[in-house]
Design a binder for this molecule. Structure first.
Ligand SMILES: *Cc1c(COP(=O)(O)O)cnc(C)c1O
Length: 326
């Protein structure tokens, strides 16, 4: 167990370690999954990863993995950008992810993290060619915040989002998180929950580790993939749900000052799910309460992820009984 301060939630939570994780082709007991101390230095700089949520359905006694295929597809894209090839197929990793949840006997909401990295800890500045990669999958209980009143008061960070020709923002890479960490730390020190990052063009990119939507006059607006964002799966899900709600969605550049005058805004990402933004730089958005579009979207999203809306059953992979939604 490690003490972990969830800044956004404002609470100190116990992060439970799983009994088993998956490494190098099979399940390993937590205590046995060790590595030499010298290995913590270089392998991490080329590491790419995914964050996947599993949602518990009390009614069906089932854990539904949300958008498993899309996450594996993105893991492959991240590996490709790092010129890394996988020793496993997508199907093998999908099975491994299910195995980890099952082996730990989780009956509740979970957060699963697969990591892919170069197995040999050679210095990261040396060119890579045909280097073997390895995969680690870990998992922990992570109760959803959907249906709670958690919000994110945001600031505009003084840091700029990494550019596509610096370190590819569309790779979900550990190294990219130096940018996120600087942004988050600055935001916390200044009394905000989240930092929003502008790109080199001065347009809104994303939040430290989540994408952003604003709502103006009934239209939902989100920065495009070319704004230096990570190609967020929750963002794509949000766009689909909003359109199904009859809310027009625009993917276009957003100015900093547009945030200040938006009627509503919310962050989206696997870890933050859909989190309302009541203020940016202390400018209150709308009347400061959770807006109607955000509220309805959160409700629809919550129904979908728990398997309560058959229209979105294709987004879910059941871990235990293979009970399909519908
Ligand atoms: C993972 C991540 C997101 C959110 O992406 P999802 O696919 O929705 O989880 C946003 N920004 C960054 C930098 C990320 O790493």
């Amino acid at each position: 167990m490690t003490q972990h301060k969830d800044k956004a939630a404002g609470t100190v939570t116990q992060q439970e370690t799983p009994a088993y994780l998956w490494h190098a082709g099979g399940l390993v007991e937590w205590d046995k999954a060790t590595t030499h101390i010298t290995n913590i230095a270089w392998p991490s700089i080329s590491m790419v990863f995914e964050g996947i949520r599993g949602y518990w359905s009390p009614r069906r006694q089932e854990v539904y993995l949300f958008h498993l295929e899309a996450h594996l597809k993105r893991l492959w894209q991240s590996m490709k950008l790092m010129r890394m090839t996988s020793s496993y197929s997508k199907e093998e990793l999908a099975r491994a992810i299910m195995e980890v949840v099952k082996a730990n006997g989780y009956k509740g909401d979970v957060y699963i993290s697969p990591y892919a990295y170069f197995r040999e800890g050679v210095p990261g500045y040396i060119g890579v060619k045909d280097m073997p990669s390895e995969v680690l999958i870990t998992c922990r209980p992570a109760p959803s915040n959907l249906g709670t009143d958690l919000v994110a008061h945001c600031c505009i960070s003084s840091w700029t989002r990494i550019a596509d020709n610096v370190m590819p923002p569309r790779a979900k890479a550990i190294a990219n998180y130096q940018n996120s960490r600087l942004v988050s730390t600055e935001a916390t020190l200044n009394g905000y929950d989240f930092g929003i990052i502008l790109n080199g063009q001065g347009k809104v990119s994303e939040a430290a580790y989540a994408c952003i939507f604003i709502v103006r006059d009934g239209v939902a607006i989100t920065p495009p993939h070319s704004a230096g964002i990570l190609e967020s799966i929750t963002r794509a899900t949000g766009i689909e749900l909003l359109r199904d709600m009859g809310v027009p969605v625009e993917e276009r550049d957003v100015d900093r000052t547009e945030l200040y005058i938006a009627d509503e805004a919310f962050l989206c990402g696997t870890s933050v799910e859909l989190r309302p933004v009541p203020s940016v730089d202390r400018y209150v958005l709308g009347d400061g309460a959770v807006g109607p579009v955000t509220r309805q979207l959160q409700e629809r999203f919550h129904q979908a992820v728990r398997g309560e809306d058959p229209r979105y059953a294709r987004w879910l992979t059941p871990v235990y009984e293979k009970a399909r939604v519908g």
